[in-house]
Ligand binder design. Structure first.
Ligand code: F6P
Length: 323
C-alpha cells in the first residue's frame, strides 16, 4: 500500500481533526503518501482530493469540527455514485481509505468496500456514542462535557427562581448523552428512548422533587425519546402543575462544537494510528474502537447493526442520587 485517503463523513464531532492528524502522521511515519478527501464521500464523487503531509495537519489537534469538511452524501447512496467514487479513487492511485464517521458513514463504507474491494477502515466519530464495538466514539466525551457545563449554568437560574427546566440533548435515537449528563449534572429525571418513561412517572418524579424541597429541578430529555416533543412535555407538566414555572432549553448544535476534550484527543490519536497500521496489515471492512482500554476491530456491519445497550445501572444511580 503506497497511498491512502482519509475523509470525515456525517455529523462533525470534536476529535475528528485529531484523528485526521493521527492518520496523516502515521502514514508519513511509515513513508507512505496520504490525501485528504474534502466533504466526505461527496468529495470522492466530485474528485476533491488534497495531498497532505505532516505539516498540513499542524495546529489542528485542539480544533473542533473537521478541516476536511463533512457531508451527508445522497449521491453516494446510489450504485452509480459509488462507482464514480471508485473510479476517482483509482485515478488518484488510492490503495485504501480511512473513514471517520458514524452509522450512516459506515453503511456507505461497508457497501463501497464490498462492491469494489478498496480496503476501508472506520474510525468511530459521532457525539452519539451509538456504535457497537467501542466503549467511546470520538466526540462523545467532549459533547457530554459541553452539556454538563451548560446545565450547570442553567441550574443557576433554576435555583434562583425555583424553576423546573427541561433540557433537550442530542443523541438521535439513543440516550447515551442524556444518561451520562443526567448523572454528571444531578438531574431530577432523564427521559430516554431506551426506557419507557410514562407521563405519570415523570409527574410523580417532579412532585417528589418539589416535596423534597429541591429548589432547582432539571430533567434531561433525549431528542429521540418516546414521550414526545420537549415543549409538549413541558406544557403537559404545566397543565398538571400550574404552580410550577417550567422552561425548556434545547442545546442543539452547541453540543457538537468546541475544542475536543483531553480524552477525545487521546482516543483520536490512538485510533488514528491503529487504523493506518490496520490498513497496512491488510485489514478491511472493520471499525477500530476501544474496549476496556484496548484497541479492537469490529466488522463495519456489526458495528452498525448490533444493539449498543445503555448502561442501565447509571439510570439507577441517577435515581438514587436525585432524592
Ligand atoms: O449524529 C450526530 C447528531 O448530532 C445527532 O445527535 C443529531 O440527531 C443529528 O446529528 C443532527 O444532524 P444535523 O446536524 O444534520 O442536523
Amino acid at each position: 500500500m503506497k497511498k491512502i485517503g482519509v475523509l470525515t463523513s456525517g455529523g462533525d464531532a470534536p476529535g475528528m481533526n485529531a484523528a485526521i492528524r493521527a492518520v496523516v502522521r502515521t502514514a508519513v511515519y511509515y513513508e507512505r503518501e496520504v490525501v485528504g478527501v474534502i466533504r466526505g464521500f461527496q468529495g470522492l464523487i466530485d474528485n476533491e482530493f488534497e495531498p497532505l503531509d505532516s505539516r498540513s495537519v499542524k495546529n489542528i489537534l485542539n480544533l473542533g469540527g473537521t478541516f476536511l469538511k463533512s457531508a451527508r452524501s445522497d449521491a453516494f447512496r446510489t450504485k452509480e455514485g459509488r462507482e464514480l467514487a471508485y473510479h476517482n479513487c483509482k485515478k488518484a492511485d488510492l490503495d485504501g481509505l480511512v473513514v471517520i464517521g458514524g452509522n450512516g458513514s459506515f453503511t456507505g463504507a461497508h457497501l463501497f468496500t464490498k462492491e469494489f474491494g478498496l480496503p476501508v477502515i472506520g474510525i468511530p466519530g459521532t457525539i452519539d456514542n451509538d456504535l457497537y464495538g467501542t466503549d467511546f466514539t470520538l466526540g462523545y466525551d467532549s459533547a457530554t462535557n459541553v452539556v454538563t457545563e451548560c446545565v450547570d449554568k442553567i441550574r443557576d437560574t433554576a435555583s434562583s427562581h425555583n424553576r423546573l427546566f427541561f433540557v433537550e440533548v442530542m443523541g438521535r435515537d439513543t440516550g447515551f448523552i442524556a444518561l451520562r449528563t443526567a448523572v454528571a449534572t444531578g438531574a431530577l429525571d432523564v427521559i430516554l428512548p431506551e426506557a419507557n418513561r410514562t407521563m405519570e412517572e415523570l409527574l410523580s418524579e417532579i412532585a417528589r422533587g418539589f416535596a423534597n424541597r429541591k429548589t432547582s429541578n432539571i430533567v434531561l430529555v433525549a431528542e429521540g425519546n418516546r414521550l414526545g416533543n420537549t415543549f409538549e412535555i413541558a406544557e403537559r407538566v404545566k397543565d398538571h402543575y400550574p404552580f410550577i414555572d417550567a422552561k425548556v432549553t434545547i442545546l442543539g448544535h452547541l453540543q457538537r462544537g468546541g475544542s475536543p476534550s483531553c480524552f477525545d484527543r487521546v482516543l483520536a490519536s490512538k485510533l488514528g494510528v491503529a487504523a493506518v497500521e490496520a490498513l497496512f496489515d491488510g485489514k478491511t471492512d472493520v471499525m477500530c474502537g476501544v474496549v476496556n482500554n484496548e484497541v479492537t476491530f469490529t466488522f463495519l456491519q456489526k458495528a452498525i447493526q448490533n444493539q449498543v445497550p445503555l448502561n442501565m445501572d447509571l439510570l439507577r444511580i441517577s435515581k438514587i442520587l436525585s432524592i
